[in-house]
Design a protein around this ligand. Structure first.
Ligand code: FES
Length: 162
């Protein structure tokens, strides 16, 4: 009698373990199903983040600017410029790229790049800024913020960092 009880307990234990294993296997199946459902949801936002920056008219102030995009075609020629979020990006005299804060520090009007003067001009009250953002002519008294630019080796992407 005493030897049968442990055997029965063992048998029950083994049975419960086998149930546990099978339930674990079932859980694994459920998890797999849930994961696949979740992964399909999580991949939905990914494309928007992948193409959300660098359109030239976007809201981002830094990131990669696609120079092949039609919105940025002005940057193919010297003297061209685009507004990108809170900045102005210009292809300045000599062919380099400059990115500055677009809002004049006087009263916030968008500045414009001028190729002949090689400067940034505010049409509102006439402030002028150098290509490094320094005030050359007032009434503005504070320079424009300058961003770093780096052109990709293929020349198709301009990376702008704050
Ligand atoms: S807003 Fe630019 S000079 Fe006044």
């Amino acid at each position: 009698m005493k030897t049968q009880q442990p055997e029965e307990q063992l048998n029950r234990g083994e049975f419960l373990r086998s149930l546990g294993m099978s339930s674990a296997a079932l859980m694994a199946f459920y998890c797999m199903g849930t994961l696949s459902a979740c992964s399909s949801k999580s991949t939905d936002p990914a494309p928007s983040t992948g193409s959300g920056t660098g359109t030239g008219t976007g809201t981002g102030t830094s990131g990669a600017l696609d120079l092949t995009a039609s919105a940025n075609s002005a940057l193919k020629t010297e003297g061209g410029y685009v507004y990108n979020g809170s900045m102005i990006v210009a292809r300045v005299k000599g062919g380099g790229y400059v990115a500055l804060a677009r809002a004049c520090t006087h009263q916030g009007t968008n500045v414009q790049y001028r190729l002949t003067q090689n400067d940034f001009y505010c049409p509102n009250h006439g402030s002028e800024f150098s290509t490094v953002g320094a005030v050359e002519v007032g009434p503005a008294t504070t320079g424009l913020a300058v961003y770093k630019t780096a052109l990709s080796t293929d020349g198709n992407t301009l990376t702008i960092t704050t």
